[in-house]
Each structure stands twice: as C-alpha cells, then as structure tokens.
Design a protein around this ligand. Structure first.
Ligand code: NAD
Length: 243
C-alpha cells in the first residue's frame, strides 16, 4: 500500500489533503502537534470513507521528532511514497516589533521543519528510486506580504528549496513541487474580521476566498501520474490574486 505523510493534518489544509489522499488509496500518516483528538477525528473520517490512516504526534520544528516519525513509517510500512510538508504558522507583525524568539519559531517551524521533513523522506524515497514531495508555500513567498516579512521569507525559502531539490532528485524518480495558496479560509486567518475578508475578496478575481479543498485538489493532481512531467514548480492556487 502507498503511504503518505501529511504534516499538520489535524485541521485546515492538512486535514483536507489527508482525506483526499486516503481517497486516492494512500495509507495516510496524519501528523499533529497537540490536537490528538482532532487528529483522531481525521483518522475516523478516513476510516468511515473506507480508507486507512493513523495519527502520529511529532513537532515539525524538532528534527529528532521528525526523524522518529519517518523512521517509524519506514519500519512499519516499508517506505514513504508521498510527503505533504504542510505544517506552518503565521505571524502578523511589523518587523521592528518582532522578537528573536518569534523569528526563530517561525523559521524553525516553516522553513527548517519543512527542509528537515523533506530530507528524512527523501532519504527513504531514494532507496526505492521513487517518491513525491509536495510543500505548502504561500503567495507571500512569491511576492512578499506587508507585516508578514518573516513568514514571507520562510515561504520564499520553500520556493527556492523546491526548485533546487527538484534538480537534485529528478533523476532518482522523485518529483518535488510546491503549492502557493492564496487566501484560504482556515484557522491561520482567524485574525481577520468578516469586514477584512470582504475587503480582501475585492482583490480576488474569482470573487471568493479559497477553501482547504481547493488546495487538496491541487495536491491530488500533483501527486498523480497526470503530473508526471511536473517538477520544481510553484503551483499558485489563489483565485487570481497574484498572477
Ligand atoms: P492551520 O493553522 O489551520 O493549520 C496549520 C497546521 O500546522 C495546524 O494543524 C498546526 O497544528 C500545524 N502545526 C503548526 N506548527 C506545527 C509543528 N511545529 N509541528 C506539527 N504541526 C504543526 O492553517 P492552514 O491554512 O491549514 O495552514 C496550512 C499551511 O498552509 C501552512 O503552512 C500555511 O502557512 C499555509 N498557507 C495557508 C494559507 C491560508 O490562507 N490559510 C495561505 C498560504 C499558505
């Protein structure tokens, strides 16, 4: 059976990806940080749909925990076919108001965590000369977001990392791509008021905020053989907000 790790999969985009990938026949490792109940609910939803999943607690800003998770998956299921490096945190703050600790947490979670998870998965994928790596960047990684400079830096880093790693792993049968979501209706945007959202919709040509399913649909396509000639790409799923 094919296995897929989805980091930060207890809610939001990760949850939608986990459910869709289970429908595609993957045994899904639903990674979570603290929300064991919510992760278990995702596993239950997948079981109810006739799919297979397990939940696995690991902090994506901790390289030891990442390695323990990937080692467990290799030992238990024989390999890793797909990783969706999705876990991430946001921060709305002027740069000059941002502390060392905030900068470190953002970079450790969004960028170092993503790189480390991909390294551990790539190591396992290389032994079978096949695999699929999909990272979740952001439109702010493409164009930069005001009051989100560090977040933008981490997501821009993911874009450069995707392009470089795709070149490094392409001849080994491993494709590497990232998705750059626009404004998606999840908890990460809980700071936005309904008025903020209405104002932002005016800048979105399709006239709506995205949902987690929009991103999961792109993940399903990217992992499929229909995208077998696609690697090193940034797939923008943003309703036309950034072109
Ligand atoms: P979310 O806050 O609902 O989900 C983020 C998930 O990551 C949560 O489950 C959280 O627990 C998990 N997480 C955070 N730190 C973690 C850690 N150290 N270890 C393990 N898990 C951790 O928001 P979301 O929108 O679903 O975010 C998913 C990804 O999409 C993030 O990388 C985010 O930056 C990116 N993104 C979101 C939007 C948006 O508008 N929602 C836009 C662009 C990019």
């Amino acid at each position: 059976m094919k296995t897929a790790i989805v980091s930060g999969a207890s809610r939001g985009i990760g949850k939608a990806c986990a459910i869709e990938l289970a429908k595609e026949g993957y045994l899904v490792i639903v990674n979570y940080l603290n929300s064991s109940e919510k992760a278990q609910q995702v596993v239950n939803t997948i079981s109810d749909l006739g799919g297979m999943a397990i939940s696995y607690k690991a902090d994506m800003s901790n390289s030891k925990e990442i390695k323990q998770m990937t080692d467990f998956v290799k030992k238990t299921y024989g390999g890793i076919d797909l990783v969706v490096a999705n876990a991430g945190i946001g921060l709305n703050s002027l740069l000059i108001d941002t502390s060392d600790a905030q900068i470190k947490k953002l970079i450790d979670t969004n960028l170092v965590g993503t790189i480390t998870l991909c390294r551990e998965c790539a190591d396992i994928m290389l032994s079978r000369h096949s695999g699929n790596i999909i990272m979740i960047s952001s439109m702010w990684g493409q164009v930069g977001g005001s009051c989100e400079s560090i977040y933008s830096a981490t997501k821009g880093g993911i874009i450069a990392f995707t392009k470089a790693l795709a070149k490094e792993l392409g001849t080994n049968g491993i494709r590497v791509n990232c998705i750059a979501p626009g404004l998606i209706d999840t908890d990460i945007n809980n700071n936005l008021t309904p008025e903020d959202k209405l104002a932002l919709i005016e800048d979105i040509p399709v006239g709506r905020i995205g949902n987690a399913q929009d991103i999961a649909n792109a993940v399903v396509w990217l992992q499929s053989d229909k995208a077998s000639f696609v690697t090193g790409q940034v797939i923008a799923v943003n309703g036309g907000m950034i072109i």
